[in-house]
Design a binder for this molecule. Structure first.
Ligand SMILES: [Zn+2]
Length: 153
């Protein structure tokens, strides 16, 4: 566990300036960011085949996955993307090979974005502030009423 965290921190410090992390790093949940960083590191050991239909392990080209395009998006046969709704190491490799790093957001499911929670929190605290302010006004009014009654006695 500690080793994993150290490993992640090392990877992250290497990659924080990379196109993928710059594009989406600040909007992801911690889990999704960890997966993305690790897959980006792993993506460096893969290379697209010359016909562009599969991806090969650089050090052992007999290990390969099929990659095809559907509606402008790369789909990989490894199953990671389908399971996690995050780009796998092979798709990341394709994206950087094709200089399509800016397309990465299209491969990340909405569930992994944490930015949508920030405005919600803001609106909750604004609501609370309003309620407290109004409660204060009502108490002020009650005080005035009490004084008014006292004066008229
Ligand atoms: Zn894959």
């Amino acid at each position: 566990m500690v080793f994993q965290l150290l490993q992640f921190n090392t990877y992250y410090s290497i990659l924080k300036g990379s196109p993928f992390i710059l594009k989406v790093g600040n909007i992801l949940t911690e889990f999704a960011l960890q997966k993305l960083v690790i897959n980006t590191i792993k993506s460096m050991s893969w290379k697209g085949s010359t016909d562009g239909k599969s991806i090969l392990k650089v050090e052992n080209p007999s290990i390969q996955y099929l990659v095809h395009q559907e509606e402008g998006k790369f789909l990989c046969s490894c199953g990671f993307s389908r399971a996690f709704k995050l780009p796998c190491e092979h798709v990341l490799s394709f994206l950087s090979e094709k200089k399509q790093e800016d397309q990465i957001l299209g491969y990340i499911d909405i569930r992994w974005r944490n930015s949508i929670q920030i405005p919600k929190e803001d609106s909750v605290s604004n609501e609370l502030k309003k309620i407290i302010e109004e409660k204060g006004k009502i108490e002020e009014m009650n005080d005035q009423d009490v004084q008014h009654v006292e004066n008229s006695l």
